[in-house]
Write a protein that binds this ligand. Sequence first.
Ligand code: AMP
Ligand code: MG
Length: 337
Amino acid sequence: MGRWKHECDVALGAVREAAVLARTLRQQIGASAIRKADQSPVTVADFAVQALVAHRLARAFPDDPLVAEEDAAWLRSPEARPTFQSVVEALHRVEPDLSPDRVFEAIDRGSGAPGERFWTLDPVDGTKGFVRGDHYVVALALVVRGRVELGLMGCPQLSLMERRPGIVGSIVYAVRGQGAFCASMVEGKITRLAVSHVRAPRRARVLRSFEAEHIDQTTFDHVLRTLRVEGAPTLMDSQAKHAMVAAGRADLLIRLPAAEAYCEKIWDQAAGALVIEEAGGRVTDRHGKPLDFACGRTLARNVGIIASNGRLHEAVIDALRTRGVVSDPDPDASSGR
Ligand code: AMP
Ligand code: MG
């Protein structure tokens, strides 16, 4: 039996159910979103998915902390009553016995401290995509001693392996040392994922965030010009981009922050990074340094994300160097993988 077998089985069940719940809610509630204090959107689906996954993990691994994007502070306020009601109703379809108090409790489990072993969850990664009707992902990862051991993404808008028409959705996951895999959201067949073989930078199929304010467009354009990339980049929300690179459907993902001070949240990167690495690709920051998941809720020691099929990686870091974004050959850079 492989390492993390039980963890993987529980997490796969939770992510699959959560992805179905998110998709059902998207169909029902449409584009209605609430603004958080930082003006980012949150929906009934963000809270319902966090409650469901937190509840499932708590039942199987009661001692494991959960580090997740949402908390229930606002949901407890009188103005949030209708939203909370919708969250409870949505959950009752899959967990009929969950009382309102236990729903609050489950959501607040996401405020756990990142310790030696913990789970990290973005219930709806790419909420802006969810609201727009584009890509979003339920992203869950297990981090042990600062290393991602297990990464899972429920991708309702992404059909990676389907030959049939229409969007079926995919479950993409990886176990460290064991590979990256994909199953459709409706069928059980599991396929191993592998990155592409594209070596020529001009042929690179490049992905970036849909949201322009999430990226440094000038430096992004500089990299594409330097590499003489011929095709236009594809704009996608969420870690669905990582799934595309892992499946060999894209070759390169460039994420350079618009604001120098922006720190990536671990739940925005952990699952996607492991899936790409286990599919044979490489993920570093813009200096070529490995991502450091041992700094708490953010990747405080990394700036930007470069994820690739491996073959194109150094060309991107070199292009950033010519722009002065990478100050000099970094002593840690060669340990990127
Ligand atoms: P993406 O769809 O790839 O742009 O990634 C979505 C994630 O970007 C969200 O889950 C947010 O946590 C994160 N995000 C929010 N604001 C910013 C920002 N200003 N710069 C970079 N990422 C952000
Ligand atoms: Mg997110």
